[in-house]
Design a protein around this ligand. Structure first.
Ligand code: ZN
Ligand code: ZN
Ligand code: ZN
Length: 369
């Protein structure tokens, strides 16, 4: 999809908030290219190609979307939010951005902007001070508005349906890659436009949290970590459930009970005002108390929205309190090298009186043939 279905008034309010953040951080101009901040503020997603697309948003004055002329027909114009400045094949888009941006004392540039453009812009606009756009947009994008929560709910329901479909599938005798392809097909069939990842990690491969599904043949008696997600109408889904092929491996059931209790306790602890680090600690303390502290090798969760991983991060180094509208994963894991791994992941949205769980697939391991 090239544009998010979001109305101009919402985009206008987001631009007002980003300008307030620019004033607070003394930033004169915001420059956005590929990456999530551009669709957040304009509804338009830049093509990740060598021709420059860039929103020039001055703290005061109108925003302009510099766009390759041949891609201008893709842009859904948003009067009152930005105007379009198409550039021709013989034009210099860096010079065009320079004319629109002037000589800022401090400029913010989108975190995903290609280095070749950042370096050229630094030369064109003069030395000055450069900050990552995330400084301005991260806290804004972390708090989802009603339309964003609705989009995340739709994505979560669709990925839940894909996991439920796989519950009726056979795993034994098939490769991880075959099962991963089935996940991808079901994720698309339930309405996602893009598959972002399909981690299918069987047996000892489960001990690698981001295992790449491969040619290993899944056997009876194995546990399989399935962590899948995609993008639906511009917003991401992400879920992890454990699949067990017949009987679980030795020791799995006892350790899974620890993981499930830790995950559910962390979910219960995630309320407005609670530091993100405290939610991480709830999961970590329980897993450590059961003797598996060193087997929980990653943070408890990440924010989710236009990006699969974004602010706020549920990690020991993030003391910031959770806020109403924060959307993030709670996904502790326990990884036993050479044996098996396990992870349990749901997406939550913080509400006034606790949280809303977007994923509704039960937490029991899913037994397949
Ligand atoms: Zn991950
Ligand atoms: Zn995940
Ligand atoms: Zn995740």
């Amino acid at each position: 999809v090239t544009s998010l279905s979001v109305d101009d008034a919402v985009l206008g309010r987001r631009c007002d908030r980003v300008r307030a953040a620019m004033a607070e951080h003394d930033v004169d101009v915001l420059l956005l290219s590929v990456g999530p901040d551009l669709p957040y503020l304009t509804g338009y997603e830049a093509m990740p190609l060598e021709r420059l697309t860039m929103l020039v948003l001055p703290r005061e004055g109108d925003a302009t979307l510099v766009v390759p002329g041949l891609e201008a027909p893709r842009v859904h114009e948003r009067p009152g939010v930005f105007t379009i400045a198409p550039w021709g094949e013989a034009d210099d888009p860096i010079a065009l951005v320079g004319q629109l941006a002037g000589r800022p004392r401090r400029a913010a540039v989108g975190d995903h902007t290609w280095a070749r453009f950042v370096l050229a812009l630094q030369a064109e606009l003069g030395a000055g001070d450069w900050v990552p756009a995330r400084t301005l947009t991260g806290p804004l994008r972390a708090v989802k508005d009603d339309a964003e929560v609705a989009a995340l709910r739709r994505a979560a329901a669709a990925v839940d349906a894909a996991v439920t479909d796989l519950a009726g599938s056979r795993f034994s005798g098939r490769t991880e890659a075959e099962v991963a392809r089935e996940f991808a097909d079901r994720i698309l069939a339930h309405g996602h436009q893009v598959v972002n990842f399909t981690i299918v990690a069987s047996g000892p491969n489960g001990a690698s949290p981001h295992h790449d599904a491969g040619e290993r043949v899944i056997r009876r008696g194995e546990a399989v970590v399935c962590d899948v997600g995609g993008t639906l109408d511009g917003y991401c889904s992400d879920i992890t459930r454990m699949f067990v092929v017949g009987e679980p491996p030795e020791g799995f059931t006892e350790i899974y009970a620890v993981l499930r209790e830790a995950q559910e306790a962390a979910v219960a602890a995630a309320t407005a005002g609670t530091p993100a680090a405290a939610v991480d600690a709830v999961a970590r303390d329980r897993i450590a108390a059961a003797g598996h502290g060193e087997h929980f090798v990653h943070r408890t969760g990440h924010g989710i929205g236009i990006e699969a991983h974004e602010d706020p991060y549920v990690v020991a180094t993030n003391p910031a309190p959770l806020e109403v509208g924060h959307a993030f994963s709670v996904e502790p894991g326990i990884y036993l090298p050479g044996r098996f791994g396990m992870r349990l992941e749901d997406i939550l949205v913080i509400t006034a009186d606790g949280s809303e769980a977007l994923n509704r697939v039960p937490h029991d391991p899913i037994v397949v043939g």
